[in-house]
Design a protein. Structure first.
Length: 754
């Protein structure tokens, strides 16, 4: 037997005896469930073959070190470190070294968690209507100029006119493209695109299967293409785009990225403990999201600019996953002039969470949305017995207990039941139960994965009945798959709690829910499409918008913004290659530029609400480049609108309320208490500064009062032919109040005189 196999079998023997934490031969309490599963799978595979694998497996993870040991400890274990933030590293970990890493005193915790998904609303019919975004003219002085607005997402069309200035030049300062082949990009992956030529030539991001990033970015920072009707909030900000590896990526994209990472691993370390193999298998995780956010923050730091990053993606909070290290890293990326804005999620029309009190019997039914392999998670400090029966005539009951699951070890408990007493055409009902200890202090978490028969005329499985007895136990279904209400049969609820996504639930991120303001859209064929499946009231939070609290009781979301039926940019590559009829129905406008067709499309989701807030925060950062997340939340607390006045704010549906860009600017400028100054902009008047002359469109005559930021009146005059001469004022920012005795043309705005 060669030395490699001797070593590998020794590692297997070590790991096989190491599964229980108490053995101290592998400390699984330091690992997230995804890593525990990887460790278990590796051991099981080696146990079957009795030899080293042909393919060495790596998993991308976050590793927190205690800071007392030497910093290259991960490299000594054969890890490839991409980046560090304080004591936390983002690295590829060899699965064969997970046990050894867990026993290293310098390793505090290792986390790899499932991939996020873009947070578009895909509930039936909910994406067919005109923008909720009201399009009020932004103050002339605050357009985002000088602020970096980053968008971490997938599916960017770098050449869309919405990302160009008035001269047709790109406003994208840099893009990290992980789907274009290269090893010179950020952390050595993909490419960094810095010039108009590179952006125009890039193929990886302008793929024909994704549009999410294009739509989101244009809401936050879109220019005035298409006549300015769909202009983004911070339309003069600097744009930095950062690719994210989300669950919606294509197989082609996945293979390209994995090939690049494999190229990084080709120079095997000389460490004798690392198994030398012919090829590598790589599993990616949500750690890629932290890298994408950090890329934008690093660009802003290098150019000494304030920065806000939009993250319109997320994943469900689960009872088996503790994102403590990821949260610590994301929180550490924020600070003065560094803000992260996240979507709240789109699944609060499904009830996913229940608590079974101690000593009481729970009898519930969980309904399947679409998946035949759904899962549920449980969490308890004590013992329980769970019985599961699928909605299939003649199906057996499967019974598991906390003791049997835990005694099965990290490999989990597998059990199956027959239908009508026999296995029929390889169709039967089975479960796999896994226990994870010390994910949360003092509690044991459990994952119950179900496999149900393929539906036929004989076996239909719209639900599973569960019965539970024992100590207090939390039960959580998987939204879009397994809920306590009949989501699959149209039994929607409104704002069910415990449905806020990470990373929006983190302490230092700004979490955004969605409101509705219109319920119809006219597409490019002149057809008006109207749909609102759950009776949403205009001006109020949407019934499916992510609703708190979090599982540990935090108040989320922080704020809401228009997110229903938003018209924004669509990926031109999809228009050319792969647009579906359903997507074509939602195209509202198009524009021919440089021989290409660029389109605008209606979409709904907290994905659309988050960039509204991102753009507004950019305006606030332009006024105060040192704003912190706490400062932003203070502004929201003082200035957000309360759509339902009888509610107490903040609350779990609205947070502090619906964001008000202009009142926030007034508050930051200390102008909100000035007598005679309106706290809103006139809805039918728009402002434009040209030199020292202010032009107001929408009215021709009005009384005009100009205030300095200290609150003193510096000019009283009248509007003549729609203009005001401001030549007597020094350069600076001023508040301008116009009064016409009509509500639609009375109000105030902020202007900057250069």
């Amino acid at each position: 037997m060669n030395m490699r196999n001797k070593y590998f079998l020794a590692v297997i023997a070590l790991m096989m005896t190491a599964m229980p934490v108490r053995s101290q031969l592998a400390n699984t309490s330091k690992m997230s469930p995804m890593l525990v599963d990887k460790l278990t799978e590796n051991v099981a595979a080696a146990r079957v073959t009795g030899q080293s694998p042909v393919t060495e497996e790596y998993v991308l993870a976050l590793v927190k070190l205690d800071g007392k040991q030497k910093s290259d400890i991960l490299q000594e274990h054969g890890c490839v470190v991409f980046d560090r933030v304080g004591s936390i590293s983002i690295a590829l970990l060899p699965v064969s070294r997970l046990a050894a890493l867990s026993l290293d005193d310098s390793v505090e915790r290792m986390e790899a968690n499932p991939l996020s998904r873009p947070l578009l609303d895909v509930t039936p019919g909910a994406v067919n209507v005109l923008p909720a975004y009201r399009g009020e003219q932004l103050p002339q002085a605050y357009t985002g100029r000088g602020v970096v607005v980053g968008v971490a997402d997938i599916g960017f069309d770098y050449t869309h006119p919405m990302f160009r200035d008035a001269n047709g030049q790109t406003r994208i300062r840099q893009a990290w493209d992980i789907y274009t082949w290269g090893t010179q990009g950020y952390v050595g992956v993909g490419e960094l695109l810095n010039t108009p030529e590179q952006l125009a030539a890039a193929r990886g991001s302008s793929d024909s299967t994704q549009f999410h990033g294009t739509h989101v970015a244009a809401i936050a920072v879109g220019s005035s293409a298409c006549g300015g009707r769909f202009q983004g909030i911070a339309h003069e900000a600097d744009i930095v785009l950062s690719q994210v590896y989300l669950s919606s990526r294509t197989k082609e994209q996945q293979n390209l990225l994995l090939a690049m990472l494999n190229a990084t691993l080709r120079a095997d370390t000389a460490d004798s403990l690392v198994v030398n193999v012919r090829d590598k298998k790589i599993t990616l995780s949500s750690a890629m999201e932290a890298l994408a956010v950090k890329h934008v923050m690093d660009y802003a730091a290098a150019h000494d600019q304030p920065c806000v990053v939009n993250c319109s993606f997320g994943s469900q909070e689960r009872l088996t996953e503790n994102y403590a290290v990821e949260e610590e890293m994301m929180n550490s990326l924020t600070g003065p002039g560094r803000i992260i804005v996240c979507s709240a999620g789109n699944d609060s029309d499904g009830i996913v969470y229940r608590v079974k009190p101690a000593g009481e019997r729970m009898s519930e039914r969980l309904w399947l949305k679409s998946s035949l392999t759904p899962s549920m998670t449980l969490r308890s400090a004590g013992r329980f017995t769970l019985r599961i029966v699928p909605d299939i005539d003649g199906a057996d009951t499967l019974t598991v207990s906390s003791e049997t699951i835990r005694s099965a070890g990290a490999g989990g408990l597998k059990d199956s039941a027959y239908i009508n007493g026999e296995k029929m055409q390889n169709e039967w009902f089975r479960i796999r139960s896994t226990a994870y200890e010390n994910v949360f202090p003092g509690l044991t978490s459990y994952n119950i994965a179900l496999t149900l028969p393929t539906p036929t005329s004989a076996y239909r499985s719209p639900s599973v009945a569960i019965e539970m007895e024992g100590d207090e136990t939390e039960v959580m279904g998987a939204y879009r798959a397994l809920t306590f209400n009949r989501l699959s049969q149209g039994e929607y609820v409104k704002n069910a709690p415990y449905n806020v996504c990470r990373p929006g639930l983190y302490a230092e991120t700004v979490c955004v829910g969605a409101t509705s303001h219109r319920d119809s859209v006219v597409n490019c064929r002149g057809e008006r499409l109207t749909f609102d499946y759950n009776g949403n009231d205009l001006g109020q939070v949407l019934s499916w918008s992510g609703t708190g609290p979090t599982l540990d009781g935090r108040m989320k979301p922080d704020v809401v913004a228009p997110g229903h039926n938003i018209v924004s940019a669509f990926n031109s590559q999809m228009v050319r290659d792969r647009i579906t009829q359903k997507q074509m129905n939602l195209i509202t406008d198009s524009l021919h530029v440089d021989g290409k067709v660029y389109c605008w499309k209606a979409e709904s989701g907290t994905s659309m609400a988050a960039p509204v807030v991102t753009g507004i925060v950019a305006l606030w950062l332009q006024m105060n480049p040192r704003l912190t997340p706490d400062d932003v939340k203070q502004v929201l607390a003082k200035t957000a609108r309360h759509p339902e006045p009888d509610e107490t704010y903040p609350n779990y549906r609205y947070g502090y309320g619906e964001i008000d860009a202009y009142r926030g600017l007034l508050y930051l400028a200390n102008l909100s208490g000035i007598k005679g100054l309106s706290e809103h902009q006139p809805r039918q008047a728009c402002f434009r500064i040209e030199g020292r002359r202010l032009t107001v469109t929408g009215c021709t005559q009005a009384a005009v009062t100009v205030y300095a930021l200290g609150g003193e009146v510096v000019l009283r005059t009248t509007l003549s032919d729609g203009t005001v001469n401001l030549s007597s004022l020094r350069p600076g920012v001023y508040a301008v109040q116009i009064d016409t005795h009509e509500a639609q043309t009375t109000g105030s705005t902020l202007v900057r005189i250069e």
